[in-house]
Design a protein around this ligand. Structure first.
Ligand SMILES: Cc1cc2nc3c(=O)[nH]c(=O)nc-3n(C[C@H](O)[C@H](O)[C@H](O)COP(=O)(O)OP(=O)(O)OC[C@H]3O[C@@H](n4cnc5c(N)ncnc54)[C@H](O)[C@@H]3O)c2cc1C
Length: 435
């Protein structure tokens, strides 16, 4: 939690935790964490003016903080967890996507292609471990070939260079353990060490005088005099009580809501923001299984099947340490209630029985997969804007032109390829806010 000393921010954890804040009256927990924001109760809480607030220190929030601080803004990053990147940003495939799957002119297509270029450049410049190992998207039966052709067409339209259609023999010569009838080779796809990338973004932002406040949750806010006022509290209090009192009111000039899985829940707590523009949330958990009992990785490249509903298919990823993992599968889960999504109280357990469904899927392209070789790994939850049986949705980036609040941006549905797109999203937001 924050206290302000002159223009210097400090975490309350390093100070006396009994500051002279006037707490707002708590709480009607069934409705919202803090009561009285619209009714005036929050008037009693201490107020601070700040320049720019980024809510959420996932890879996207970090990239935005780095970009805005690079362009001279004084940035404060508020993160509910005790460190950066602990939620979706550390629960993914760590793949640098080329930009193949997305409808032409969509934000996903645009940001993935631009983001990949920026990301590879960034990784080279800052010595972030990464490898352009390439990817094969495979058709394992002739009925899948039209879908592969469509992916080739989409990728070409999106400006992905180097795509090449291979017949089965050519693909299997490249990857002898592979079985397929046709494959789309994407040489631009790769892998990176996402933790090193995020650490570097934190360092860059700090070099630009950005300040990080961990264990700090944005509870809600309201629009006043065309500015988004934010109410914040120490997460550790909120966790124990499941209801919290705001300890500080921040009045920033610019606010970016980059709260990932919690972005919609948070936006709905902003009074004065038109909630018609807040899309509904759908969560799809994806579990990964690691491969045991093999001496060497069976594949050198990433191997992806044809995409399935809700995900890109149970694919093979090799990380930079040579660890092979299969996943993520797709399991639609109930949207957690809004307090849980705030505090990242999601169920990330990997049910070992889910492996049973994966074996036949994987054996379609990797027939030598041995019984019992899949071991539970980790899981991540996709922050989706469309549910089962609905068409995939694009990223949503809402600024003043949509909701009418100057200097305020909401990011919704930043699922895959959000890691690849992060630097491009940051560039876009900085251009938008600092126009
Ligand atoms: C299974 C899976 C596989 C994926 N694979 C890939 C891939 O290979 N390549 C790729 O490009 N992308 C991939 N993605 C997508 C990528 O991981 C995400 O797009 C990206 O991590 C989103 O980052 P973020 O910063 O928006 O969200 P997050 O990482 O979720 O960060 C949001 C942060 O906001 C904080 N927060 C939330 N509410 C509040 C609040 N009220 N106050 C303060 N802080 C708050 C959270 O604690 C969290 O740290 C994958 C995603 C999943 C789920």
């Amino acid at each position: 939690m924050l206290a302000c000393l002159g223009r210097k921010w400090m975490r309350l954890s390093t100070m006396n935790l009994k500051p002279t804040w006037n707490f707002v009256n708590a709480v009607d927990a069934s409705r919202t964490i803090v009561r009285g924001i619209s009714g005036g109760g929050a008037e009693t809480v201490a107020k601070e003016r700040v320049d720019t607030v980024v809510i959420g220190a996932g890879v996207v929030g970090l990239a935005v903080a780095r970009e805005l601080s690079r362009r001279g803004r004084e940035v404060l990053i508020l993160e509910a967890a005790s460190s950066f990147g602990t939620v979706t940003s550390s629960r993914n495939s760590e793949v640098v996507h080329a930009g193949i799957y997305y409808p032409p002119n969509s934000l996903k297509a645009k940001f993935c292609v631009r983001g990949r270029e920026l990301l590879y450049r960034y990784c080279s410049e800052y010595e972030i471990p990464h490898k352009k190992i390439g990817k094969l998207i495979v058709a394992t039966g002739s009925s899948e070939i039209p879908k592969l052709d469509l992916l080739m067409h989409l990728g070409t339209q999106n400006g992905v260079s180097g795509l090449r259609m291979l017949d089965g023999f050519e693909a299997m010569r490249m990857e002898p353990q592979l079985r397929c009838v046709k494959a789309l080779l994407s040489p631009e796809s790769g892998i990176l060490d996402s933790h090193s990338f995020m650490l570097s973004l934190v360092g860059e932002a700090e070099n630009n005088h950005a300040t990080f406040s961990y264990n700090t949750v944005v509870l809600n806010g309201h629009v006043e005099e065309k500015k988004m006022h934010l109410f914040v509290a120490d997460t550790r209090f909120s966790e124990s009580q499941c209801e919290a009192e705001a300890q500080l009111q921040l009045i920033p000039n610019l606010v970016v809501n980059s709260a990932g899985l919690g972005a919609q829940a948070l936006a709905k707590r902003f009074h004065g923001l038109d909630h018609r523009f807040v899309p509904s949330s759908h969560y799809a958990r994806g579990c990964y299984f690691t491969l045991s009992g093999t001496k060497a990785p069976p594949f050198n490249k990433l191997v992806y099947p044809i995409p399935e509903e809700g995900g890109l298919g149970v694919h093979v990823t090799v990380d930079l340490n040579g660890l092979v993992k299969f996943g993520p599968d797709v399991e639609w889960i109930e949207c957690a209630d809004d307090t849980s999504s705030f505090l990242n109280k999601f169920d990330y357990r990997v049910n070992p029985q889910r492996a049973e469904k994966l074996y036949p899927e994987i054996r379609k392209y990797y027939p030598d997969l041995k019984d019992g070789s899949l071991e539970p790994g980790y899981s991540g939850i996709r922050p989706k804007l469309s549910g089962p049986k609905q068409s995939p949705a694009d990223f949503v980036i809402q600024g003043e032109e949509t909701h009418g609040v100057p200097g305020f941006v909401n990011l919704f549905g930043i699922e895959s390829p959000g890691l690849t797109s992060s630097l491009a999203i940051a560039e876009h937001i900085a251009n938008k806010l600092l126009r």
